[in-house]
Design a protein around this ligand. Structure first.
Ligand SMILES: Cc1ncc(COP(=O)(O)O)c(C=O)c1O
Length: 384
């Protein structure tokens, strides 16, 4: 998540009925630094500042954390964003889009920030088109409803704002990420004093990996989220982060969650699928207890082409045991971040012959083709 360094002093801006989104300007914001977070760090303190802080103690009261003017904060935020890949951000708090990375900030009193009461989603930008925007939009609206977050705007207006944010960014290949939150309030647990739910969106320049090599996965020892939380794409990704860190510490690409009945669930930000029965059947775990992946669902539809070609005989969504998964001919990770990535080893077991399999490769080719030239139901043109 983007970091939360400042609060907006402006009152919540009203939005115009025709949804003209303005760009915002730092001069109108009063900024209060609070903490650092992913991807947005305070500039390094000077050696002198570090020395003074280290030498201070409570008895001498020699506090030397600088008290900054707005323009100094802005200057430091600009430095902190050097080399950034963040091209544009929309915030309903100011009802505008900015392309200044230093202004891409959230209010600290937003319920999403201090209580995790927010949901998010993404869409990949491919060659000037948003891939599966409507499918991801439907999912964030479902997530918001499950998290009891009222929509700040109608679906079509959210869609328009997202497309306009990408348009302003000029980004033709990258990632759009957006959040719906209960909004700013009084820092308490209840959102009853959060009168304005918020929408935030950011466009990030990224590169798609088109030729993913086979990876190793491990069974996650981090507790799986119960279904009522796993099926919502909320900002509460602590188990996912810990699972990812555990996998990386073991030299693996991702951790795989197994549910309480011993069935394979999902990875920390991807679904999984297997090719079984001598390479003729694709099986995917049911979505009841995991996040319903847009890429996984699209992949199931694309599988029909492999059935027509005789590469597959059957495609099933069903419970898959760990034993069956580890004995599969092929295993693959599926998601908008990983696309389709073959798994060649799970814990100590090699999958199939320990090499990338033909079905994962064929599905990745179909997915990439769908992303670059699929039907209008999955590709929304961005008017630049
Ligand atoms: C927990 C989890 N499962 C599955 C997925 C895959 O979903 P999608 O294909 O929509 O990216 C994600 C992606 O965000 C995820 O976070």
């Amino acid at each position: 998540m983007i970091s939360l360094l400042v609060s907006f002093a402006n009152p919540v801006a009203g939005f115009s009925p025709e949804f003209t989104v303005n760009t915002w300007d730092f001069a109108s914001l009063s900024l209060v630094p609070c903490s650092s977070g992913n991807g947005f760090r305070f500039p390094r303190r000077s050696k002198r500042e570090r020395r003074i802080l280290m030498c201070s103690d409570s008895s001498s009261q020699s506090w030397n954390v600088p008290v900054l003017s707005s323009s100094e904060v802005i200057e430091r935020l600009k430095q902190a964003r050097e080399g950034h890949q963040f091209l544009a951000m929309y915030s309903s708090v100011v009802n505008g889009i900015t392309t200044d990375p230093a202004a891409m900030v959230l209010p600290l009193d937003d319920h999403m920030v201090h209580r995790g009461h927010g949901v998010f989603d993404t869409a990949t930008i491919v060659n000037g088109y948003l891939y599966e925007l409507d499918q991801h939009l439907d999912r964030i609206i479902r997530s918001a409803s499950m998290a009891k977050i009222p929509l700040p705007f109608h679906r079509e207006d959210i869609r328009r704002i997202l497309i306009q944010t990408v348009s302003v960014s000029g980004c033709r290949d990258g990632s759009l990420r957006y959040w719906l939150s209960a909004g700013p309030g009084d820092f308490l647990l209840s959102p009853s004093q959060c009168p304005e739910p918020t929408l935030y969106a950011i466009v990030i320049k990224t590169n798609l990996t088109k030729k993913p090599t086979g990876v190793k996965v491990v069974t996650s020892s981090v507790s799986i989220k119960p279904p009522e939380f796993a099926t919502v794409k909320s900002v509460n990704y602590l188990p996912n982060v810990l699972s990812q860190m555990e996998a990386e510490a073991k030299g693996a690409y991702a951790g795989i969650w197994v549910d309480k009945d011993g069935f394979i669930a999902e990875g920390p930000n991807m679904n999984v699928a297997f090719v079984v029965n001598g390479g003729k059947e694709l099986v995917m775990p049911r979505f009841d207890n995991v996040l319903s992946g847009c890429t996984a669902k699209r992949t199931l539809a694309l599988c029909e082409q492999l059935v027509s070609k005789g590469m597959l005989e059957n495609v099933k969504v069903m419970d898959v045991t760990v034993e069956d998964g580890k004995k599969a001919d092929e295993m693959m990770l599926i998601g908008s971040g990983v696309l389709i990535r073959p798994v060649i080893r799970w814990d100590e077991e090699f999958i199939g012959d320990g090499k990338e399999g033909p079905i994962a490769k064929a599905l990745l080719d179909l997915l990439l083709e769908d992303m670059s030239s699929g039907p209008s139901s999955v590709r929304v043109r961005v008017p630049y």
